[in-house]
Design a protein. Structure first.
Length: 355
């Protein structure tokens, strides 16, 4: 945002930067929309495709198989006499087509938008500077649960994305043998860490549900987008603001869907059909990608995006001026309830003296 004190040169530089960033954004969106156009175009060319199929004598046989024609299978049990499981073909097309292409582009776009936002808005600093007084924000148990879950999430995200995009992105970089070794390790880690992560998410949800219930000020906070687009705007907030609440409820819904579908895939020995596995795989892919995309925003705001937020989750304490700026109602509540502030120690953590 331009302020009266800015020189003409600063304004011009800011304008150039804004134009450059918007140009990059338009190119990125164009790069995503164009392939979608070609997808739709290919979809409306059935006559040509039909002609090719008719000229192939085996296509009638294949069509019958795809139509669910049953035959004889020596192995009896689940899906006896199914010649070719039709859903598998559809699943492969969705998974390697729509999901891998557009999921990849969507993640990329979110990362670019966050970079653009950072370029235009810069870091959101503590307006009145640091006070040197700290106030307790997160207990040791809360921080343990958060970082346990976060670390496992990052491992799952890296290994999961490697499995989904490995063919397109990693084989050109590592070569087929290198990728095979990494994919083997990645899938093993992903399968083992998934259930341990699920426990962390469950504990986190139970621990933080009460403070994430909707409250009166949430609407106003959202109307002002948390003041993110306007310097100096700080809508009132309790311990967690409406943005954090949305993140929390995404974990409770999208996250739980990713976890449940992941567990169905992780334990295939409970008699689920191939169709159930294919559906679980697609649900898992879509929900996990949404989760990772939203997490990009969470991790950005918790680190580079906002001054003084990360230290709350690493040391348990935040600067008093940070608390007044971002969570004023919570700060008042803590003070009214007799909560003390502490002077920051020279090392950056909490000191001894209450103020
Ligand atoms: C690894 C990267 C991550 C970083 C840097 C990070 C950072 C942070 C920070 C600094 C806070 C405190 C915000 C505040 O004081 O208001 C926070 C809160 C929180 N984080 Fe993370 N986080 C990460 C990953 C995750 C993951 C993977 C999850 C969930 C699966 C998660 C869930 C939460 C929740 C639920 C809150 C509290 C907000 C509430 O009470 O609803 N975080 N995070």
């Amino acid at each position: 945002m331009a302020t009266p004190e800015m020189t003409t040169r600063q304004r011009r530089r800011r304008r150039y930067r804004r134009v450059a960033l918007w140009t990059i954004a338009v190119i990125m969106v164009g790069a995503m929309v164009l392939p979608l156009g070609s997808y739709v175009y290919t979809g409306i060319q059935p006559v040509h495709a039909q002609a090719i199929e008719d000229s192939n004598p085996r296509s009638n046989f294949w069509r019958e198989v795809r139509g669910g024609q049953s035959g004889y299978t020596a192995v009896q049990g689940q899906e006896t006499d199914v010649l070719v499981q039709n859903g598998g073909q559809n699943w492969r097309q969705y998974r390697n087509g729509l999901l891998a292409n557009y999921g990849g582009w969507a993640l990329f776009l979110v990362a670019v938008l966050i970079l653009l936002f950072f370029g235009l808005r810069g870091r959101m600093n503590i307006d009145s500077g640091r006070s040197g007084q700290l106030i307790k924000r997160w207990s040791s148990w809360e921080r343990f649960v958060h970082w346990y879950t976060a670390i496992l999430f990052v491992i799952l995200a890296i290994t999961g994305l490697s499995i989904l995009f490995g063919r397109a992105v990693l084989i050109p970089l590592m070569g087929p043998r290198g990728f095979a070794a990494w994919a083997d390790l990645a899938i093993g880690l992903h399968n083992v860490i998934g259930p341990a992560f699920a426990i962390g998410v469950l504990v986190m949800i139970l621990m933080w549900i009460p403070r994430n219930l909707p409250s009166k000020g949430d609407g106003e906070w959202l109307m002002q987008a948390g003041g993110m687009f306007k310097e100096g705007a700080h809508p009132p907030s309790g311990q967690v603001n409406a943005g954090e609440k949305i993140w929390f409820w995404i974990i409770c819904t999208v996250g739980i869907a990713a976890i449940v579908s992941g567990l169905i895939l992780d334990f295939p020995n409970y008699g689920q059909s191939r169709e159930a596995m294919q559906t679980a795989n697609l649900v898992h892919g879509v929900t996990a990608l949404i989760w990772v995309a939203v997490w990009f925003g969470h991790a950005y705001l918790g680190t580079f995006g906002t001054e003084g937020t990360l230290e709350g989750m690493t040391t348990g304490y935040v600067d008093v001026n940070w608390a007044k700026q971002h969570h004023d109602q919570w700060y008042d509540e803590v003070r009214e309830g007799g909560g003390e502030t502490t002077r920051a120690s020279p090392g950056g953590g909490a000191g001894e003296q209450p103020a």
